[in-house]
Design a protein. Structure first.
Length: 387
């Protein structure tokens, strides 16, 4: 749907009124996307990349991102422990938790503002703190803590016992999905951390996130791609793309957008038909874009079959939901990258910017690298996609 709206903008971009009318539709698509991602996050451990980051920088940057969305009557205080070292964690998951807890505090303060008289001397306040502590035992472990507190409505013990259940909410109908705190629960457990909640009715609430400084990373295979410095400049070729998806709307939107971006696109709605075409004309394609869940021959089975052919282009997998285990399997089979739907146009064009001729020259070496890493139970070295 997002590609469809962008395609309309490309065609009728001079019609300012039409473009303005599309903006609410694009916002609705984005909101639906975020809701779906939250629901999916509840059912799986995240495959987000772990990295060494400074917690203070991560918290500060997240607050800057969301600060402009807060009612100016609400005071925001931040107190950072400047002695904290880097920690090994997922920036995406930590930011997700901060955003959800911050908005939860904001909402309860807005409720308080509505219930109090204008001449009240109560000042709504959100306080965000960072700190660290050691846990002694057979193996000592250092935790870094994020504390988010508010002086809002607070909650009863009965409510506190249910707040992390999916779809539980005390908000009015249409004011919340009941997923925010459930997502926080899922994220903190994906990081092998802990969460504590302190609250009393009328006295506000405090949420304490405790994140191990050396969070255990889930074993995964990282995609192997050529070094950006070795890649030729993008935009120097028209890619020949085979698009395989049984969703007519997806096929029409992707095909139209990619064609207008200068690529030649062939579409097929059935995996078995795609295989028959590739068996005859594999040399006529630089890229295969395939969905996973299709009737007949699935996307995964198509990759298995294509790898028996002398096809030397890139295979890009598109899926609405893929587990870390499925992603690992697909990369080992020979997929160049696995993209989660909805796919932004910039990300898709970025993947298609890799010169197919250059890729053909490196593909065999990359597969050998995967096999070597797999035989020695190692993770393949990850190199960046060109900017």
């Amino acid at each position: 749907m997002m590609l469809q709206t962008l395609s309309i903008e490309q065609t009728w971009g001079k019609d300012r009124e039409l473009v303005e009318e599309l903006q609410p539709l694009k916002q609705a698509i984005q909101q639906a996307t975020e809701l779906c991602q939250r629901i999916l996050l509840l059912g799986r451990r995240s495959a987000d990349t772990r990295e060494r980051v400074y917690l203070n920088d991560l918290v500060s940057n997240t607050l800057k991102l969301i600060g402009s969305t807060v009612d100016r009557r609400i005071q925001i205080q931040s107190v950072f422990d400047e002695t904290l070292p880097r920690l090994y964690t997922s920036s995406a998951l930590v930011s997700e938790m901060i955003i959800n807890l911050f908005f939860n505090a904001r909402d309860t303060l807005l409720d308080g503002l509505q219930q109090r008289s204008p001449d009240s001397d109560w000042t709504p306040r959100i306080r965000v703190e960072t700190s660290g502590y050691w846990v002694q035992g057979e193996t000592s472990q250092f935790f870094q803590r994020i504390t988010i507190s508010d002086n809002g409505m607070g909650m009863t013990e009965a409510v506190r016992q249910q707040i992390f259940q999916p779809f539980f909410t005390t908000k009015k109908t249409g004011k919340g999905t009941g997923l925010g705190l459930a997502v926080v629960w899922s994220c903190i457990h994906a990081l092998d951390g802990k969460i504590q909640v302190e609250s009393e009715p009328g006295k506000g609430s405090t949420f304490i996130l405790e994140i191990p400084a050396e969070a255990r990373a889930a074993k995964k295979v990282k995609q192997v791609v050529p070094d950006a410095a070795l890649l030729p400049a993008s935009g120097s070729h028209r890619s020949r793309i085979l698009l395989v998806d049984d969703n007519e709307l997806v096929v029409r939107s992707f095909s139209r957008y990619l064609t207008r971006s200068g690529h030649h696109v062939t579409t097929i709605s059935d995996g078995q038909d795609a295989l028959h075409l590739l068996q005859r004309e594999h040399e006529n394609f630089d890229f295969i874009l395939t969905d996973l869940n299709m009737p007949g021959l699935s996307g995964s089975d198509l990759i298995d079959a294509v790898r028996l052919l002398p096809f030397r282009g890139r295979i890009i997998v598109m899926s609405g939901f893929v587990t870390p285990e499925q992603k690992e399997s697909l990369l080992l089979k020979g997929a160049a990258v696995v993209l989660s739907k909805p796919i932004t146009p910039d990300r898709l064009l970025k993947e298609l910017s890799v010169d197919p001729i250059f890729w053909q020259q490196t593909n065999l070496a990359m597969n050998a690298h995967h096999a070597h890493a797999h035989d020695h139970d190692q993770e393949p070295h990850e190199l960046p996609i060109p900017a």
